[in-house]
Design a protein around this ligand. Sequence first.
Ligand SMILES: Nc1ncnc2c1ncn2[C@@H]1O[C@H](COP(=O)(O)OP(=O)(O)O)[C@@H](O)[C@H]1O
Ligand SMILES: [Mg+2]
Length: 392
Amino acid sequence: MQAALNPFSPGSGLRPPALVGRERELEALEILVERTRRDLSSRGIVLSGLRGVGKTVLLNEMRNLAEEQGWFVVSLEARPDAAGASSIRRLLGRAVATQARTLARGKAVAATVKEALATITAFNVSLGASGVALGVERAEGRADSGDLEIDLPELVQDLCAALAERGSAFGLFIDEFQDLDSELMRALLVTQHQAGQRGWPFYIVAAGLPNLPRVLTDARSYAERLFDYRTVARLPSEQARAALVDPAGPLGLDFEDRALALLLEASGGYPYFLQEYGRAVWDAAPGPRATVDDARIAIETGLARLDDGFFRSRWDRATRSERRFMVAMATDGDGPSAVGDVARRLNIKATSLGPYRAGLISKGLVYPPEHGMIAYTVPGMDGFVDRHREDL
Ligand SMILES: Nc1ncnc2c1ncn2[C@@H]1O[C@H](COP(=O)(O)OP(=O)(O)O)[C@@H](O)[C@H]1O
Ligand SMILES: [Mg+2]
């Protein structure tokens, strides 16, 4: 089929041609918006799952829905490096300020809006972030103590007072939430907690790795009750099928049953893999009906692309010793592995594994599903490791 018309979209955060199987999660956001409109209390939403299951895409979709409904929306993506800590605070301050300018449009600016702008300005000054002039004096002594657990709630309180007046709400959308530094994470949880108790229309909607719920409850035990936790996983076969068939059909490509079955099996229902194999079969099929041979070729080229991109981009981040750790995990297939077993396979003491384990976790390559256990964050990593043992 014509490459220029290929509808599939393998790539981190790229919106798929058919966003299938996420109706329940999107509905949860719609309910949150509707309840907020009716002044009813709700919880924020936390999405967690492996890499490539479609969390970023879903989070962006939720963000767009909230924005369409008139919410005041700010998006952040956390990063694991410590240098990111001060930059993400400034990003947050700037993003809030930039959005807040839209509140001040028009002739008569409400008193609550002026107060919110003054507080945002004070918050930004205390962070050393400047650049977005809001045209108001900063509110001395408001959101500028330098202690985020005080400043963030004050900022959100003043902003929410202005938003509530116009029936709006503040949605903070955070991707890779597990990578946020613990100080800012705690301050956000404190803020969400206070918002719930005091009726401020403020909701965090976040996405991250499978251990995110645990990271949050470790930061603040009440985090367990603050959010509606949802696991984002691979697609069940009907929906995986739709992810391939729905985009291709209208553009003139359909599938022999056995060809489709092969592609679905190779993808394991993982959205990223479905996009990669979808793209490959489109390119491989000469005619309007993909055959078993087309599917076989597509699986080969699709897998080669996954190896060179999705898998390799992560593998290359690991040091030589960290790679050995990941190879030793592969004995357990897709995992999880007991850390003690990994140590035994490497012939070292479990305690000596600590630094490698920590390094791999901070690089986002593995995560601890429970105490003493370790698992790949990327589905199918064991297969990649098997195919590349010689690269060590
Ligand atoms: N519901 C879905 N149906 C089909 N493809 C999807 C779906 N969600 C995501 N994808 C595709 O999967 C890939 C990974 O999505 P992404 O949101 O980056 O995953 P994650 O953030 O979980 O790593 C992208 O190529 C995207 O187009
Ligand atoms: Mg993502």
